[in-house]
Ligand binder design. Sequence first.
Ligand code: GUN
Ligand code: ZN
Length: 437
Amino acid sequence: MNKIKVFRSSIFHCIENSGSVIASYFEDGLMLVYDGRIVEVGEYSELIGKIDTDTNITSFKDSLLMPGFIDSHLHYPQYKVIASYGQNLLEWLDKFTFPEEQKFDNKDYASEIGNLFFDELIRNGTTTAMAFCTTHNTSVDTFFTIAKERNLRMAGGKVLMDRNAPVKILDDDNAYVDTKSLIESWHNNGRLSYAITPRFAPTSTKEQLRKLGDLLAQYPNSNDCKGVMMQTHLNENYEEIQWVKELYPEHNNYFDVYDKYKLTGTNSVFAHCIHNSTDEYERIADSGSKVSICPNSNLFLGSGLFQFDQLEVYDIDASLSSDIGGGDSFSMFNVMNQAYKVAKLGGYTLSPIRAFYLTTLAGAKVLNMDDCIGNFEQNKEADFIVLDLKATSLIEQRLSAVKDIEQLLFCLMTLGDDRLVSEVYSLGECIYTKMEA
Ligand code: GUN
Ligand code: ZN
């Protein structure tokens, strides 16, 4: 069987060249995919001669084909927590999030929400994400089972909490053994990766963090196998930071807690980081730890503003994320829109190319997946989305005035949402087509 697939469209992706990010753009482009992987991408006129004349070409008119979005931090059980009114982080957790997460000991409920969650991700053009599940093993099995059924590259893990949360969602003595067996079942199982997931320092005892650091050390990166990831929250909210000081008085700062328990490093992703001290920025950088930036959630919960310039000062690998359900949108267009405004308030202008980088290739780097996704380099997995540049009349009219790819991308990140996403592909197979309005 001939497994070559050919797509013709305007095509955009980000590439990195000795540390600088550039937009690679082909106005009339061609993408060749073989067995789910990228063979080549380039100008139609240059590549058309390389394929047999009878090859079927899928053409997209008035469209932009780009890599699927990568959302480096969100909570799948918070699908129904989204848009919960008027509280700050700690109250919001108690009032809305913890009660909802208690329902995920029920397999049917986990499966119902899991499927809705994946539908919504895909509709918004997100093909990879790293998700928190709940403390229940069943929430994790459900998450990975659905991701596998849908052939998506996903990371996730069981939340770990053994204090300061309702009893129904606190871990029992089996948490360590359960996490280990979930790792054995799901890590590097097809396109799936496991992330050890202590919720945040206030809901874990020191004993739990110590055990998790030891567990993480058992699954390091090696030549033929990627190590287990670690995900948690850091420096999101002033009350949270004060609480950490009280619970861990012997530590210099919040990051120091995770560092002491060996939960930092190149496989560790810290969400938020909006109130980092200088020492914490330095130590995140020195340890090679990664940062997930959550502008929607930080604005929605009134937590604060991320400092984009610090990423560059300290050369920290970071990417954007929705942080559903503290975040109020699954759309990475909306996340880029909010990020641009947060950057502006901090006296920094987030360029559209950087914004799209932060939702594609940078996401892949944060999740240690840049060897297989994030852009259209040869042999990467063909996870891509097709954007309808005439999705709304305003977008169509506004785009008629743009002069280059940067202006086009800026309009998309400012005006765009799920209506832009007309098709979604995983490993070169179409998994979503938008219904005509
Ligand atoms: N910190 C601890 N848990 C959470 C959560 O579920 N969402 C957010 N935004 N922050 C947290
Ligand atoms: Zn979060």
